[in-house]
Unconditional design. Structure first.
Length: 478
């Protein structure tokens, strides 16, 4: 089948028949809904960019599994070069779409399963790696997009899955049959689930021996019977439905809650079922990969924020203001530190027993802590450089209103040679970059909340070697 074009990708999503709701109504079409279409276009950009001759070397490679060219979004890393490409591809696409492209999470699941299914089979003699390899071939041959179903709704956070009053607070196996399993539960914040052909589920946390039914991993098509996508609100979502004041002219992001209402999964699509001790390996590997993906992506988003700040400085007549130039420099160095940390986690990666490669966990988690704080700072700096109209620009409909349109155009003009329409458009983009909740809040909670990054850093760091170095320098004999 080979690499899909963007048009083929959109047609393939349009051919799916998922059960989806938004604002209280059942949706009949996904690709024709302007809110969802903006998200689908962002994922579509991964296909569009891959087909541009100048990007092919970066975004397409030969899969050793099927010996054909594949998108890097379906390739579990098999070398340091592949780990490095993950970061570069994410920055390239984010720079193009200025928001989340929604395709990294699926790759992060594939990369995780390429390692962990092998480890489970080695211990238990199960068939999960074979199941996964067949699934991966399907993903690669058809150039598919997958969503990561990781975050369970979790109920009372102080209780383990089996301790919850309602036992469905974490996705669990409710029935085992000869031909497969039936699962029930719900996953929250499912970025781009309706832009995806497949939903890959892995556990959201480590599991104890009483959490066997919750230690489950599998993949199902996004329009599987019993799967219900409920699209969540985002701060600017009505703009897209309204077709006005959109800001980012092409792309957006949405995150549904995904309900698994007794969903059947055939055994050949199951990648873990009851091996509790491997749940933590799955979630650590996934979250590390995903925290690193974020850094590549968000450095690309800061690139767009820098562009918006500099352009508005040109439009406003402030491009020579020294303090604003310093602020832009402070945005750039934050993007480059984030990017550098993610690249470093690739260069420090190691081959795993399955043959697949894994990044350096501490560096990947350090990059995510940096992202959580510094994206907020980069946003603050952009808003500072752009001015107050990021907050309260009149609507395009007021600019078009015959009574007040000309007055608005007169008073919102800044540098004389710059058309007022361009200044207005750039303010709208800055508003979208700063305030689209579905994207900006992922800087903090996406890939796990900040405390999870800290805990992982401390657990994965060789603290004894650091204490030993200090004792030696202090002249303390062991
Ligand atoms: C925009 C966005 C996109 C996302 N996309 C995806 C996606 O595509 N796929 C996916 O699977 N997930 C996705 N996520 C989910 C993300 O991983 C979670 O939001 C994150 O793990 C936090 O979980 P939560 O939202 O349930 O918050 P909570 O777990 O309730 O956390 C809230 C706070 O409470 C703390 N806390 C929670 N439990 C405990 C405890 N037991 N002890 C001490 N402190 C605790 C946390 O550290 C945090 O500070 C996305 C999130 C966002 C915001």
């Amino acid at each position: 089948m080979g690499i899909k074009t963007k048009e083929e990708y959109i047609a393939s999503i349009g051919a799916l028949k998922p059960t989806a709701y938004m604002f209280g109504k059942k949706l009949t079409s996904i690709v024709d809904n302007p809110r969802l279409r903006a998200g689908i276009e962002a994922t579509g950009a991964t296909y569009e960019l891959a087909n541009m001759p100048e990007n092919k070397d970066l975004m397409i490679t030969i899969s050793p599994l099927i010996n054909e060219p594949v998108s890097r979004f379906t390739l579990p890393p098999a070398s340091i070069e592949d780990l490095v490409a993950r970061v570069k591809v994410n920055r390239k696409v984010a720079n193009y779409v200025g928001t989340c492209h929604q395709r990294c999470t699926g790759l992060d699941c594939l990369s995780t399963l390429a390692i962990v299914t092998y480890d489970i089979d080695k211990k238990y003699g199960t068939n999960y790696n074979k199941n996964f390899t067949e699934f991966l071939k399907h993903m690669q041959k058809n150039d598919l997009t997958a969503n990561a179903g990781v975050t369970d709704v979790k109920g009372d956070r102080s209780l383990a899955p089996h301790e919850q009053v309602d036992k469905d607070m974490f996705v669990r196996v409710v029935e085992k049959r000869d031909d497969g399993i039936v699962v029930r539960g719900a996953k929250a914040h499912q970025t781009g689930s309706l832009s995806s052909h497949e939903i890959i589920v892995i556990p959201t946390r480590a599991m104890g021996k009483n959490d066997k039914d919750y230690s489950v991993s599998f993949a199902v098509p996004s329009d599987t019977k019993g799967l219900i996508h409920v699209v969540g609100r985002s701060s600017l979502d009505m703009r897209e439905l309204d077709g006005c004041d959109i800001g980012n002219a092409y792309y957006s992001k949405y995150c549904p809650t995904l309900i698994f209402d007794n969903v059947f999964v055939p055994w050949e699509r199951v990648f873990m079922c009851g091996e509790t001790e491997f749940a933590s390996e799955m979630v650590i590997k996934f979250s590390s990969f995903h925290r690193q993906s974020h850094g590549g992506c968000k450095s690309g988003k800061i690139d767009c924020m820098v562009g918006a700040a500099l352009t508005l400085m040109d439009y406003n007549g402030t491009s020579k203001a020294g303090h604003l130039k310093q602020k832009v420099i402070d945005m750039i160095h934050r993007a480059e530190t984030l990017y550098g940390c993610c690249l470093a986690s690739s260069y420090e990666g190691k081959q795993q027993p399955s043959g697949a490669y894994f990044i350096d966990t501490v560096l990947a988690n350090a990059s995510k802590i940096h992202e959580g704080k510094e994206m907020a700072e980069a946003t603050r700096l952009m808003i500072d450089a752009c001015g107050g109209f990021v907050a309260d620009l009149p609507s395009d409909r007021d600019f078009e209103n015959p009574d007040i349109g000309d007055l608005l155009k007169k008073y919102l003009k800044a540098v004389d040679t710059v058309p007022v329409e361009n200044r207005v458009k750039m303010y709208r983009l800055a508003e979208k970059l700063a305030l689209e909740s579905a994207d900006t809040i992922s800087d903090i909670h996406g890939g796990g909340s900040p405390e999870a990054h800290r805990v992982t850093i401390f657990r994965e760091t060789d603290v004894e070697s650091k204490k030993k170095a200090a004792r030696r320098l202090a002249g303390i004999k062991e």
